[in-house]
Design a protein around this ligand. Structure first.
Ligand SMILES: [Zn+2]
Length: 270
């Protein structure tokens, strides 16, 4: 077998590839080992996903949603305390003990602050990723190629198509090596709030949150867009070549609906 991205022999590869990193709440959307070789797997983990997850918005959203990393940790959030002294603090969420811990370096200062009758804590909030975000665009390119393959895994003969079709070479090269175009554009918009919970008559009795869901949208110009929602933000990226024009056209013609919307699903906010 050859690797989806670098096309080298991957028969000895040992790791399964998480389409979305576990640190964004994904446990079950994986590609069987060998489809992405160990070295590409490592590359994406260290050079794309790690820097992405360290961006202010992604740290922030993982902290807010209490999403644990592979090691079972919720990211530490920075905060400012005004009481009336100004101090910096780290906020640590301990899910096991169901506790929030506030850590400050200066013990004396902490004592003064917590014994003061008044005070407030400010946690900076980022509601969306920063713009012109090349790491995010390479991440989306990677997820799009892998998501397409995941979607076609059950269809005989189609896997080879994703593995070998040269029409996907450009986006694979961009995802894996950051080469080809300088920046592969994507379309980004919020389609529901971060707090939204879903309820579907066929799926669950309990409400559930959708961390990520994806679909492939073919436009009438035969452009294929990979569309995914992560914490209420929808991202769309073209698989065949860089550009978002025909996606914007599709949105206009469809009243800005999202193909991720399931009419059977009921949304509610906490
Ligand atoms: Zn590879």
């Amino acid at each position: 077998m050859n690797c989806l991205f670098c096309k080298q022999n991957s028969d000895n590869s040992k790791s399964v590839e998480h389409i979305i990193p576990e640190s964004l709440g994904n446990k079950d959307q994986v590609l069987p080992k060998g489809l992405v070789c160990d070295s590409c797997n490592q590359y994406f983990a260290n050079k794309v996903e790690k820097p992405l997850l360290e961006q202010p918005y992604f740290r922030n959203v993982r902290h807010r949603a209490r999403i644990e990393s592979k090691k079972g940790r919720v990211p530490i959030e920075n905060a400012f305390i005004i009481s009336p002294e100004l101090a910096k603090a780290d906020i640590i969420i301990d899910r096991k003990e169901d506790k929030t811990i506030i850590v400050m370096e200066d013990e004396e200062k902490a004592r003064r602050i917590f014994s003061s009758p008044k005070g407030s804590m400010i946690i900076p909030a980022f509601d969306k990723p920063e713009d012109n975000n090349k790491i995010l665009s390479r991440f989306l390119a990677k997820v799009a190629v892998e998501g397409l393959l995941h979607w076609l895994l059950k269809e005989d003969g189609w896997i080879d198509e994703v593995m070998t079709n040269s029409g996907l070479d450009e986006i694979k090269k961009y995802a894996r090596y950051g080469q080809g175009v300088e920046f592969w554009p994507y379309h980004q918009r919020r389609i529901y709030s971060e707090e939204t919970r879903f309820n579907h008559p066929l799926i669950s009795i309990q409400d559930y949150e959708v961390l990520h869901e994806f679909k492939i949208l073919p436009t009438k110009e035969s452009h294929y867009y990979f569309v995914i929602a992560i914490m209420g933000i929808e991202y769309a990226i073209s698989l065949g070549g860089p550009g978002t024009d025909s996606y914007e056209q599709w949105l206009k013609e469809n009243n800005y609906a999202s193909i991720l919307d399931d009419p059977n699903e009921k949304k509610s906010s906490r």
